[in-house]
Design a protein around this ligand. Sequence first.
Ligand SMILES: [Zn+2]
Length: 348
Amino acid sequence: MRYNILMDSHTSATPKMPVVSSGELPEPIINLTLAKKKNEPGWIVVGVLIGLVAIIGIILIIVGLVLQSRPLVEPEPIRAKEVVFEDCVGEKPAVIADPEGAPSEQEKPSETPEKGTLGNIPASSRTYAGENCTLMQGPLMLINPVFQVKTDYIAARKRELVDLTKMYQIKEGVQANGAPLLDSEAATHLNAMVKAYEAAYPQHKLETRSCFRSAGTNCGRLCYATGTTDHHTGYTCDLIDPSYGQSLNTDDYDKHLEWQWLKENSYKYGFIDRFPVAWAGGSMDEPVNINADGSTGLYETWHYRYVGVDAATEIATGKYNNGQYDSLEHYLKARGIVDSLTAGTCKQ
Ligand SMILES: [Zn+2]
């Protein structure tokens, strides 16, 4: 019935009025057909738009994720390399990106500038090298009443040292005029030496006393004024085995096993008997008195000084002293490092 009505509208020049039966009107049918034809393209457009919006949203999310994964600034290692080379003299090397972010071989020397060209010379020695010509000798530096230092150097040197008690649990015996502070390299060797002594004699201990002094002592014949004592170097400790008491007395040398052991073995760890009896010279009632040949006027069986294994071996075996234990002063002059022990000058 409805089909016929539509066909008739196309085939007849003059549409016939449909036969209406049972009160049914054609108008709603025509409206329904027209509405259906109008709505179909609308839903397609809406669907396409929704699809486009979804695709654009996905694209925006992907772009956002990509941008988020990219750093806004250059990687840290590149900036670090640029800072490192700012202090260099001469042409600035090309900066090479390091994708791993690890320090390159070019960076490592700048982190420890004292290694290599300057050896193991402390920063304090370089800063105050003008005060004492031996400071640039590192562990072979000489501080005595002739080769003096000033209080600024002493303060700077103190800040470079490590605490023997905290780092190695080496006991500081009687609290004297000083602190258990030592250069890190010397401390490593001292720890090995202490352990070797205590291993050789399991019932014994080796204690330190007054390794670093910020000020000179104020006492009798062995006095030093501030700026003149070996205890300012950061390479020195007085050593004693408490099994033999607490007295630092040269007359007790034969009774102290540790001082005899140190005299025979300490050079293997880079330490020397700083004031051997053979170089004491003259009367022990006099204060320290350095003469032109390297005599010190001092005899201290407990005072040990780090100079490095090579130099300690040469001093202990008397390479420049006919096979006999040398003094540090005589050794430095014999090697041509010091020019005059009484004028405080070095050979250039
Ligand atoms: Zn001493």
